[in-house]
Design a binder for this molecule. Structure first.
Ligand code: AMP
Length: 259
């Protein structure tokens, strides 16, 4: 059995939360978990889909008024959408990866009382990168399937999704004005329940940075314009893993945790 097949077997029926600030790569990590057969349940995509499919409803107008400001959509809108999704047979059978949910203590409490979460993967990403990762590197997402792209991971054809051929667009909330607000909300609200998850012993850290002394093949490092990308972190400068490098690290963490 090759490594990917082993990971699929390990993950069958498991429920995972991808936890991290905006711009930390929750979408990309979730895609990798979807590739090993977990159902990807992204609250942001679920909300954007509702808004797209039902543009004139009261719920859409209410949700959009929060989303456009980078504010959190109220729990009474988000929680039922997500819980309904998690009841679907494919989620129960395959297991799922939750991306962008929970984001408040209420959401977390409800989720933990209604479901069984096996693992929380905490994405550890330097703060400086979060601004660049959302605003500076031309982040785009597919209007059809939600896949994400940027200057680090560009699509094969400009403006077209590699996965489904859908159009790529900049998100309405990816602006310099909202990112500060979104990071503040993350630090104040989302991090508030992180200790509850840690107490349950289900949190594993997944850092994107590579220690300076660590030898690593060039092909696993993030590059911009062909050059290895360095970012400020805790005063010093460090290298960061690219998609392929993060996938290897993700697989290693999963193998260690579940075996
Ligand atoms: P995301 O794609 O996860 O960055 O989400 C985009 C926007 O959707 C957020 O800025 C919020 O306005 C809203 N949103 C997504 N998930 C949640 C959630 N769990 N709770 C409240 N609002 C959310």
């Amino acid at each position: 059995m090759d490594r990917k097949e082993r990971i699929k077997a390990i993950l069958k029926g498991k429920n995972i939360i991808i936890f991290g600030p905006p711009g930390s790569g929750k979408g990309a990590r979730s895609e990798e978990l979807k590739d090993v057969c977990l159902v990807h349940v992204a609250s942001g995509i679920a909300l954007r889909t509702k808004v797209r499919d039902d543009p004139d409803s009261v719920l859409t107008h209410r949700a959009l008024s929060f989303m456009k400001r980078g504010a959190l959509v109220p729990d009474d809108i988000v929680v039922p959408i997500i819980l309904e999704y998690l009841q679907k047979p494919q989620c129960i059978k395959n297991g799922y990866v939750l991306d962008g949910f929970p984001r408040t203590k209420t959401q977390c409490d409800i989720l933990l009382s209604e479901t069984n979460i096996d693992l929380v993967l905490y994405l550890v990403v330097p703060r400086d990168f979060l601004f660049f990762g959302v605003i500076g590197c031309n982040r785009l997402s597919c209007v059809s399937c939600g896949s994400g792209y940027s200057d680090f991971d560009p699509p094969k054809n400009a403006g077209v999704c590699d996965n489904c051929g859908g159009n790529l667009e900049k998100r309405v909330d990816d602006t310099a004005a909202t990112i500060e607000n979104r990071l503040k909300l993350y630090e104040e609200q989302t991090m508030s329940f992180f200790p509850d998850l840690e107490k349950k012993g289900i949190v594993k850290r997944l850092p994107i940075t590579v220690k300076n002394e660590e030898e690593i093949e060039d092909k696993y490092l993030k590059k911009l314009g062909g050059e290895v990308y360095w970012i400020k972190d805790n005063g010093g400068k460090v290298r960061m893993l690219n998609k392929e490098g993060m996938k290897r690290r993700l697989y290693a963490v999963l193998e260690e945790y579940f075996q």
